[in-house]
Design a protein around this ligand. Structure first.
Ligand SMILES: Nc1nc2c(ncn2[C@@H]2O[C@H](COP(=O)(O)OP(=O)(O)OP(=O)(O)O)[C@@H](O)[C@H]2O)c(=O)[nH]1
Ligand SMILES: [Mg+2]
Length: 324
């Protein structure tokens, strides 16, 4: 084990190359790196938690990357340091190559105050999300004020990203009138705000109509809230609505800091992360034991032949390994 102290100090000094190396270390799945990664995170922990964490989700092609770049440029111009990360549960299949192209964000990546990191290939969504959380903490230790997370793919990654950010933004296309039916109700419920995007050129009028419908839907879904989540109309091409969007995010966050729900949400997220991490560690350790793996293979064959129910098999397998 090498000393992580020089790396930790370079990250704390805001060195982006060191930050990239640190993220590579925590993403590493080599057993030999695990202790260093833990030591690095533990060392940096006191300096984490100070960024505003924003997640962006939406259908493929709705303009998430373009928005993050436009928003990132604006925040850099306002003097903030901006990091962009991506959660890509499908990257185990694509090897992350598609993501590499799409998240290049060439303009933002040239900013001295910006840091852009696509997500690694991962075997489980929980694993990918855990590494994104850790990457986020490293960015915070490196002094980034704003961490933007792009959700890649649909379904599970939305829940995973919602579970790690302070503000979860849903992007809708101007065709959202039709699209609203297709958007899973669950995603609308998770959203802390909506941007009806690409409201430029011929699409502007449709975007305004979609926003009206969306506002109604959000009022119904969030009937319990004093103020329903903001719905903003905007374009990353013309810049329309982007200041309004930022103000809406800041207003929401300020209100939550004031009423304590900001801190409560982070505490809840840490709690869920712990539960997930314990489950995954138990499973990984169990599967790493050759006797367990052999017993599982045997049970799998019996389940396939219809001799044993999966639930019964699971009870027997776990009891077997728990026996003295
Ligand atoms: N008219 C218009 N086009 C936009 C806007 N924002 C993005 N686009 C275009 O929409 C296309 C998709 O943009 P991306 O930013 O890659 O979309 P994405 O949601 O990140 O896509 P995935 O990562 O594949 O899910 C690109 O051709 C963009 O140029 C906008 O505000 N207005
Ligand atoms: Mg994208």
């Amino acid at each position: 084990m090498t000393s992580i102290e020089p790396l930790a100090n370079a990250i704390l000094a805001g060195d982006r190359a060191a930050l990239a190396r640190g993220i590579t270390l925590v993403e590493s799945r080599r057993a030999a790196d695990a202790a260093d990664a833990d030591a690095l995170l533990q060392r940096l922990l006191p300096r984490t938690g100070n960024a505003l964490r924003i997640g962006v989700t939406g259908a493929p092609g709705v303009g998430k990357s373009t928005l993050l770049e436009a928003l990132g440029m604006r925040r850099c111009a306002a003097g903030q340091r901006v990091a962009v990360l991506a959660v890509d549960p499908s990257s185990a299949v694509t090897g992350g190559s598609i993501l590499g192209d799409k998240t290049r964000m060439s303009e933002l990546s040239r900013q001295p105050n910006a840091f852009i990191r696509p997500s690694p290939g991962g075997d489980t969504l929980g694993g990918v999300a855990a590494r994104t959380r850790e990457a986020m903490l490293l960015c915070e230790a490196a002094g980034f004020d704003l961490v933007l997370v792009e959700t890649i793919g649909t379904g599970q990654s939305e829940v995973a990203v919602h579970g790690m950010v302070d503000f979860f933004l849903l992007l809708l296309s101007p065709a959202a009138g039709d699209e609203l039916q297709g958007i899973k109700r669950g995603v609308m419920e998770l959203a802390d705000g909506v941007l009806v995007h690409k409201a430029d050129g011929d699409l502007a009028a449709a975007a305004d109509r979609a926003a009206q419908q969306c506002l109604l839907a959000m009022r119904v879904l969030h009937a319990g809230l004093a103020t329903p989540p903001p719905v903003v109309v905007g374009s990353s091409v013309t810049g329309r609505g982007l200041d309004e969007l930022w103000q809406a995010i800041e207003r929401t966050v300020a209100a939550r800091r004031a009423d304590g729900s900001f801190a409560a949400r982070r505490a809840h997220q840490a709690d869920e992360w712990l539960d997930t991490a314990v489950r995954e560690r138990l499973l990984a350790d169990w599967l790493a034991d050759p006797a367990s793996a052999a017993a599982l293979a045997a049970a799998r064959a019996r389940v396939a032949r219809g001799e044993l129910l999966p639930s019964t098999a699971a009870r027997q397998l776990v009891r077997r390994s728990a026996a003295p």
